[in-house]
Design a protein around this ligand. Structure first.
Ligand code: TMP
Length: 423
């Protein structure tokens, strides 16, 4: 039997308060009104704008219309993107789509900003119908009725965070699921006739499609010479993916597991000067074998995006190139460790080994590998470049000397595009 799930947008799929509040403040300022308090802003999401300017800010009808103009001016250029997808929402949508459920949006927002937001956050591809307010009119019952499937036996759900969604659904004769992670309380949803209530997107997916499995996530890695700014960029990328609703698991090599962290200590300990290149390569591989099985594979299977600070490429570059074991030997040593688990995409922060040396010298205490001489790092750099030349489509290569924000923006765009494509 055909199944349709219709979602409200603000407060249900996206947490839109940041942009909405910034625009309300901007409109107040432009109109010469005092800035709204936190209390006022909390009541802002849900009711029509004109109503809020009049009743929450005390404007006259005429002032409210002018304020709405100001609000929209900022919202349409900036405010709509000051938004985030709730954690777990992407996986809920992916789960439903895999299970063959048809999905749509029923929102009180105007069409242009709705479509832009869905597009920007990579959510439009999940939606077969998008119903928006026209000329400020947003009667949810009518909007739901306008997309009801022809087959009267079809199962249809309206999912939303406010009473308007539940009341509209009840009047249109469809099932209603209230979500308590948005702006309406459980009590508000229950009073409005919600048939079921979900506290998380995972619970919502289970109610809408019992037993459906979460599709698998993705595995990404970040690589670069020591001093290339990897830690900063990893942090920035994690924040961006989080804003877009990906469930991110950040991890690192060597390490990431209790066993791996112990191996890391041995590897980086400056006392272990007698360690042979083979021992070193096998220890990195051993830590990796544990990491892949204990952490990476289970997280990807649970729908997470795993972002790993260094992976197999580091061994190829450092032990294969730096220690001169050769690419093929290092790959052979690592084959049983990775067992075919490789990143979908690798970000390489490209920095000349001399610049890397200068940055490392500025750091206070160097570990055993960082202490290596310039020619070692020159071979590591060469190793990376050879890897990238072999398999360019797997890499996003970014010049690490640029402005931090620009680098973060370039990485974000490339990684999100690939993740959207893989969904
Ligand atoms: P980190 O400082 O980025 O955490 O990395 C620790 C050091 O280990 C770094 O100098 C690179 C080195 N390394 C290898 O030589 N081979 C590997 O396989 C990995 C993962 C790291």
């Amino acid at each position: 039997m055909e199944k349709w799930v219709l979602f409200d947008l603000d407060g249900t799929l996206t947490k839109s308060e940041e942009g909405i509040w910034n625009c309300a403040k901007y409109a107040a300022e432009q109109m010469g009104f005092p800035l709204p308090t936190e209390e006022t802003l909390k009541k802002w999401i849900g009711p029509p704008l004109i109503w809020s300017f009049r009743n929450l800010m005390g404007m006259t009808e005429e002032q409210a219309w002018q304020a709405q103009e100001k609000y929209r001016e900022r919202y349409n250029t900036r405010g709509k993107y000051e938004n985030r997808v709730y954690p777990g929402v992407r996986n809920m949508l992916r789960t439903l789509r895999e299970a063959g459920v048809h999905m749509g949006i029923v929102t009180g927002k105007p069409e242009n900003s709705t479509v832009d937001i869905l597009d920007f956050f990579g959510l439009k591809k999940f939606m077969e119908q998008i119903v928006c307010a026209t000329d400020g009119h947003a009667d949810k019952e009518q909007m739901i009725r306008s997309v009801l499937p022809a087959d009267p036996a079809a199962e249809v759900w309206m999912v939303g965070d406010r009473k308007y969604d539940m009341e509209g659904g009840v009047r249109a004769g469809v099932h209603t699921l209230g979500v308590s992670w948005g702006y309406g309380s459980r009590e508000e949803l229950e009073n409005a006739g919600a048939e079921r209530i979900a506290a998380s997107p995972r619970e919502a997916a289970e109610i809408l499609c019992p037993g459906a499995a979460v599709p698998k996530g993705a595995f990404l890695s970040m690589e670069g010479l020591d001093g290339s700014g990897k830690s900063t960029q990893i942090e920035r990328l994690t924040d961006s993916m989080d804003r877009f609703g990906f469930e991110v698991m950040l991890t690192r090599e060597p390490g990431g597991t209790a066993v791996g962290e112990k191996i890391r200590d041995i590897l980086l300990d400056r006392e272990n000067a007698e360690m042979t290149a083979e021992t070193e390569a096998l220890l990195y591989a051993a830590a990796r074998a544990q990491h892949v099985r204990e952490k990476i594979r289970p997280a990807v299977a649970a729908g997470k995006v795993v972002l790993c600070d260094r992976f197999l490429d580091s061994s190829v570059a450092y032990q294969g190139g730096g220690r001169q074991l050769g690419v093929d030997r290092v790959l052979a040593m690592n084959a049983p460790a990775v067992g075919g688990t490789l990143p979908l995409l690798t970000v390489y922060l490209d920095l000349d080994h001399r610049a890397s040396l200068a940055r490392r010298e500025a750091a206070s205490r160097l570990d055993r590998l960082e202490m290596e001489k310039e020619d070692f790092h020159a071979r590591v750099e060469e190793g990376y470049h050879a890897l990238i030349a072999r398999n360019p489509e797997r890499y996003v290569v970014v010049d690490a000397r640029g402005d931090r924000e620009d680098i973060a923006g370039t990485i974000r765009k490339a990684v999100l595009a690939r993740l959207f494509e893989a969904e």
